[in-house]
Design a protein around this ligand. Structure first.
Ligand SMILES: C[S@@+](CC[C@H](N)C(=O)[O-])C[C@H]1O[C@@H](n2cnc3c(N)ncnc32)[C@H](O)[C@@H]1O
Length: 200
């Protein structure tokens, strides 16, 4: 893992937001506080487990994952923006990244010969994704997550009541019996809730 370059990453991120606002979905990468709340410490994972990250962007969340990833746990990041994939591969040479859409997550994992992930951490901007992509990601996630696995994502407080954000949560609740919402993480621009979904 190379040294963090927050200003350079923020400029790159903002440039891609201007080019593709719906896809990037935020003006700045996530803060360290949000990354910590979202990822936790991964201490429940062990040898042979898999962590999948959706939409790692410039690596704000990935950095936290890399810091706490237990020995022998595999990681795959899936990112649609090719310039982010290049940067991620340079900054995190020990982790694996796939350039493509999370809408194809089942096929991506099968082609890579990977099993069911125990943890999925998502930075996807569900509220601004096309409906078909949102549906494909929710379906795929429900199918691939390991028994006893957990899906985590975040939603910005200001967008929480948006119809598309509510639609995403309703769809997740049909697939997962348990869910939990954190207090707002205020040390992030903008503040965000962390959402967790799992089946007991
Ligand atoms: C809100 S940014 C989050 C970036 C980073 N995880 C963070 O928290 O700073 C959303 C990221 O998801 C990526 N993305 C959007 N749609 C995607 C898709 N269908 N498949 C994979 N990545 C996607 C965007 O390119 C962007 O990097």
């Amino acid at each position: 893992m190379t040294e963090p370059k927050p200003i350079r990453d923020a400029v790159h991120f903002f440039g891609r937001f201007l080019a593709k606002p719906g896809q990037v979905g935020a003006v700045l990468p996530s803060s360290r506080a949000l990354a910590q709340e979202l990822v936790g410490d991964l201490s429940d994972l062990g040898h042979g487990d898999l962590v999948v990250e959706y939409g790692p962007g410039t690596g704000a969340i990935t950095r936290r994952i890399a810091e706490v990833l237990p020995q022998g746990v595999e990681y795959l990041g899936i990112e649609l923006e090719v310039s982010f994939v290049r940067k991620l591969s340079l900054h995190f040479p020990r982790l694996h990244f796939h350039h493509g859409s999370v809408a194809d997550v089942e096929k991506i994992l099968a082609d890579a010969g990977l099993g069911a992930p125990r943890r999925i951490v998502s930075g996807l901007p569900f509220a601004s994704l096309p409906r078909a992509v949102q549906d494909a990601v929710v379906d795929g996630t429900g199918k691939i997550l390991a028994c006893g696995g957990e899906f985590r994502t975040f939603q910005y407080v200001h967008a929480y009541r948006m119809q598309t954000a509510q639609r995403f949560r309703a769809a997740m609740e049909t697939r997962f019996a348990q869910s939990e919402r954190s207090r707002p993480v205020v040390r992030n621009v903008p503040p965000a809730f962390v959402l967790r979904y799992w089946n007991p």
